[in-house]
Design a protein around this ligand. Structure first.
Ligand code: NAG
Length: 493
């Protein structure tokens, strides 16, 4: 009798699950009906084979998270035409000049022109709060301005909130605009609410766009804010304090990179605070640290030296941070100045193994907690886990890859004609000998290999050919990977 009940419950769960991840089901089913004028003999493309395979290999873990707490960076992103906004602020074109810190609208204009004529990206702090708020209002009201939830913690929270069964707590500087945009399911503790939003203004320009004598050689963006709360990680203590009551079974922390811009003295002090705060939670609950979007090698170095790495269970990072990590600690391939194209899988594998052996729990005698790294780069993702601590890695890495395609294309399901496979189909488990030659089977598109006490799972990404929006892609990948991951209870040695 109970077997039947369990079977029914399982069926209900599976149906609910399929529906949830795939609300466009009828449309998708239609895709498979032969259309009269379509060449029916044509072989399915690699992209079609891979995206079909994902539907079967991405399965929910047996034990799912019920309560996830996310902190601590959150803001409102306003994307607007740079030239348009400056004109609305009654600025005339002129000569470009860089400013370390922007003190006035005139500084803003000069710095914007400086970067626009080079076509390079830049991010600056605007010191005058009152003037900044005026500019932010003008930007938000500018015709065609796009307003988004911003900040890694808020973006991860939004992604998690797409799972209706999950309770999500978000701590960070949440103003009225952000609060209104957040998913209703997200709980924001009252201490996190503030009267004004932290706006990040993203001034875009197109390739060849002209303003006065300035002409942009390529499209790019100039970003500025007066974001003190995120820069100081001021929500960190509130976040940790709220965990006692919320009792999460997973904690996701991001926003360390926001302190980079505040100068060495500040981040040296706050990093120590962060270590104390994380140590407070780590004994009972796994902590995932999202490192993506670091830009400063020295800062990355001090994150290693201050021992943030060993006290978290899991980290998410991209190719830039992975190389910084190795350079900071003179690990494998530290002499590589940059990846140059698609990062070599063997080299990535070498550095991941080194991180888990140097700072992780690869040796069961180690005091470290780190047992999981979710690495993401445009063409592929790798989930590296110390054996015995995690389960459901095939589904987790594939789910992260799938969300990278769908979110970049702005679709709910993958359209194989809008994506392209950029991952190598053959690669090695290491850059140096002895190494194993590996290949990717498109019909079962997750490659698996083992080195010492670590298992690697690689999933190719079907890269969106015309991405709509790539901000927050890393956050969505890490969040989705966590949702399909299962932690094994600590083994008694
Ligand atoms: C792997 O685990 C074994 C025990 O299971 C341990 O003795 C060994 O040192 C570990 N290897 C590394 C490289 O940490």
């Amino acid at each position: 009798m109970w077997r039947k009940a369990a079977g029914t419950a399982l069926l209900a769960f599976v149906v609910g699950y399929v529906y949830h991840t795939n609300p466009d089901l009828p449309e998708q089913v239609l895709q498979y009906l032969p259309l009269p004028h379509q060449p029916s003999q044509s072989k399915p493309s690699l992209e079609q084979v891979i995206s079909t395979a994902w539907e079967t290999i991405i399965t929910a873990p047996t034990r799912q998270w019920g309560r996830v707490a996310v902190g601590v960076n959150a803001c409102v992103d306003v994307v607007v035409s740079g030239v348009g906004l400056l004109q609305a602020l009654a600025q005339d074109p002129g000569v470009g000049r860089d400013h370390e810190v922007l003190h006035s609208t005139a500084d803003l204009k000069e710095a914007f022109i400086h970067y626009m004529e080079r076509g390079s990206a830049a991010e600056r702090f605007f010191s005058d709060e009152e003037v900044f708020q005026r500019i932010a209002r003008a930007a938000a009201e500018y015709p065609g301005a796009q307003i988004y939830v911003g900040g890694n913690a808020a973006l991860i929270g939004q992604k998690l909130a797409s799972y209706p069964q999950l309770m999500v707590l978000l701590c960070g500087p949440v103003g009225p605009k952000l609060h209104e945009m957040l998913d209703e399911q997200i709980i924001v503790p009252p201490e996190s609410l503030q009267e004004t939003d932290e706006y990040h203004l993203i001034l875009e320009y197109k390739a060849g766009e002209q303003w006065g004598t300035t002409r942009a050689p390529q499209a790019n963006r100039f970003i500025f804010s007066h974001d003190v709360s995120n820069g100081e990680m001021s929500a960190l203590e509130t976040f940790v304090a709220s965990l006692d009551e919320f009792e999460p079974d997973l904690v996701v922390l991001s926003g360390l990179h926001m302190m980079e811009g505040q100068g060495r003295l500040m981040w040296e002090r706050r990093l120590k605070d962060a270590v104390v705060a994380i140590s407070d939670v780590r004994s009972s609950v796994p902590v995932h640290l999202e490192l993506a979007s670091m830009t400063d090698r020295d800062y990355m170095n001090s994150i290693m030296k201050e021992q943030v790495m060993p006290i978290v269970a899991s980290i998410g990072l991209n190719e830039q941070e992975l190389l910084f990590l190795s350079q900071a600690g003179t690990g494998p391939h530290a002499d590589l100045p940059s990846w140059g194209g698609v990062p070599d899988v063997g080299r990535v594998s070498d550095i991941l193994l080194w991180v888990l052996e140097q700072h992780g729990r690869s040796d069961p005698q180690s005091e470290a907690d780190l047992t999981r790294i979710h690495f993401h780069t445009l063409a592929y993702h790798v989930l590296a886990t110390v054996d015995g601590h995690w389960a459901n890695q095939v589904a987790a890495v594939a789910a992260g890859a799938r969300v990278a395609s769908t979110q970049a294309c702005g679709l709910r399901t993958i359209d194989a004609s809008k994506v392209v496979l950029r991952a190598p189909l053959e690669f090695h488990s290491s850059h140096s000998e002895p190494r194993e030659k590996l290949s990717l089977d498109p019909a079962r598109p997750v490659a698996v290999w083992r080195r010492h006490n670590v298992t690697f799972h690689l999933a190719p990404v079907l890269v969106c050919k015309q991405p709509l929006r790539t901000v927050g892609l890393g956050d969505a990948i890490s969040a989705e990977g966590l949702m399909y991951s299962e932690i094994r209870p600590h083994q008694v040695l």
